[in-house]
Design a protein around this ligand. Structure first.
Ligand SMILES: Nc1ncnc2c1ncn2[C@@H]1O[C@H](COP(=O)(O)OP(=O)(O)OP(=O)(O)O)[C@@H](O)[C@H]1O
Ligand SMILES: [Mg+2]
Length: 411
């Protein structure tokens, strides 16, 4: 028993520790550590990790991924993890954390590597394969992009002439086309002025150079795999493309899970065995403010309207990390049932969290965050299910953490 006297599972109503992941230990004001802290991994959740730069958000997200991959087989086989890796830092899960061996020893833990699948650009795939990591090219089916997606990609208004040209081309091409097919269509379209053709072609050639759009694309069961973590390394893509990729993939996962849910009910009624196309999915998004900003944004529409508002029934969960909770759409904060807050000092970020301070918190968010102090990996947890708050120290990573700042002292 620890400082808190209890070691219940955060995010869970019922008793029982099966399917719970151990993310750290209770942390006391004198920096001593108490009982283990668990988080429920059986039910869908929206987990928000926030905190100022360099205090452990990505590290904590890595702990979640390690723990999900360490769940007992019976549970793990029903869960797929997809990581939206904007900075290309999560591949290091493939290596054991030898650099923090002493720290791990103090926690009675051992360095460990985890198997991964990575989807990324052809150049990155080559690099990953050289390291012995399973990697495959990330391919999005060209016909899955709506005129809105194309406009977002090129930073155009949907009402701009160029957007309209591309919109007409894709609507007439209808299905199973490539970027070359769009280029050909526009080239041969006599209704378009030459000047506009050149601009549209330039945009489309740029999109082609990203080597991500493809006539066929990857099927959804190549993006989410049961019992595995699939890292989508988007680090080499421009921000607009990252947003479009997340918008399309999040929608596809959600729709597949809705179909799955219907099949599940049918299988239960007809007492048949169910073969799932994709398992319940945990989508981990680092730098979440890119995809869930205050302003309108295609990825935000899907993540809030579908994943957050309706995610319980199809069984989809989010783990979000951000440096700037004040830059997130307010709905993200109110939908998060577990908030993990590392050190946070910017007043506007503290104010953003204060707006959603639940009534069961006796102190202000500002006072609660003060208890976190300056130690990396320490965090305040606000758990809406048990209506409690806790200060914890996140356990050390078993695998190598890749998000460290480079030091000018190091070679
Ligand atoms: N639980 C922890 N135990 C021990 N060290 C930790 C822990 N969490 C973080 N650290 C240390 O803090 C460093 C920074 O953590 P991390 O990369 O997660 O920061 P971040 O909050 O994601 O920052 P940024 O906003 O720049 O992405 C790590 O490299 C690690 O050395
Ligand atoms: Mg980070």
């Amino acid at each position: 028993m620890g400082i808190s006297g209890k070691s219940y599972v955060l995010g869970r109503r019922e008793k029982g520790e099966g399917g719970a992941i151990n993310i750290g230990r209770y942390y006391a004001l004198d920096a001593s550590l108490g009982a283990d802290v668990f988080v429920d991994a059986l039910k869908p959740h929206v987990i928000l990790i926030c905190g100022k730069r360099g205090y452990g958000k990505s590290y904590t997200m890595g702990v979640f991924i390690e723990e999900m991959l360490s769940l007992e087989e019976e549970i793990r086989k029903n869960i797929g993890i997809v990581v939206i890796d904007t900075l290309g830092i999560f591949w290091t899960l493939f290596y054991p954390n030898e650099k923090e061996k002493d720290l791990l020893e103090r926690w009675k833990l051992m360095p460990k590597k985890f198997d991964l699948r990575i989807l990324s650009s052809p150049a990155n795939v080559e690099e990953y394969r050289k390291k012995g990591i399973e990697a495959r090219e990330l391919l999005i089916k060209t016909d899955e992009l709506s005129p809105l997606h194309w406009a977002q990609l090129f930073n155009l208004k949907p009402t701009d002439y160029i957007s309209a040209i591309i919109g007409r081309a894709i609507s007439e091409l209808n299905k199973d086309f490539s970027i070359d097919d769009i280029l050909d269509f526009i080239k041969n379209d006599k209704r378009i002025k030459d000047e506009a053709k050149v601009i549209a072609e330039n945009f489309l050639l740029m999109a082609k150079s990203w080597e991500i759009f493809d006539k066929n694309g990857l099927p959804i069961n190549e993006i989410v795999k049961a019992g595995k973590a699939t890292i989508l390394d988007l680090s080499s893509y421009p921000e607009e493309l990252k947003i479009v990729v997340v918008a399309i993939i999040a929608r596809k996962i959600f729709e597949a899970r809705i179909r799955e849910r219907r099949k599940y009910e049918e299988a239960m009624i007809e007492k048949k065995k169910l073969k799932e196309e994709i398992p319940q999915t945990w989508l981990a998004i680092d730098e979440a403010h890119v995809f869930l900003p205050i302003e309108s944004c295609l990825s935000k529409d899907i993540l809030i309207k579908q994943w957050m508002r309706q995610g319980r029934q199809p069984g989809v969960s989010l783990i979000l990390a951000t440096q700037r909770p004040s830059s997130l759409d307010e709905e993200v904060l109110s939908h998060s049932d577990i908030i993990i807050c590392h050190r946070l000092t910017a007043q506007e970020d503290i104010d953003a969290l204060s707006k959603i301070r639940p009534t069961y918190m006796l102190e202000s968010i500002e006072e609660a965050i003060k208890r976190v102090g300056t130690e990396k990996g320490v965090a305040l947890i606000i758990d809406d299910t048990s209506e409690t708050t806790h200060v914890i120290k996140v356990r050390p990573r078993l695998s190598w953490h890749g998000g460290e700042e480079p030091s000018a002292l190091r070679a």
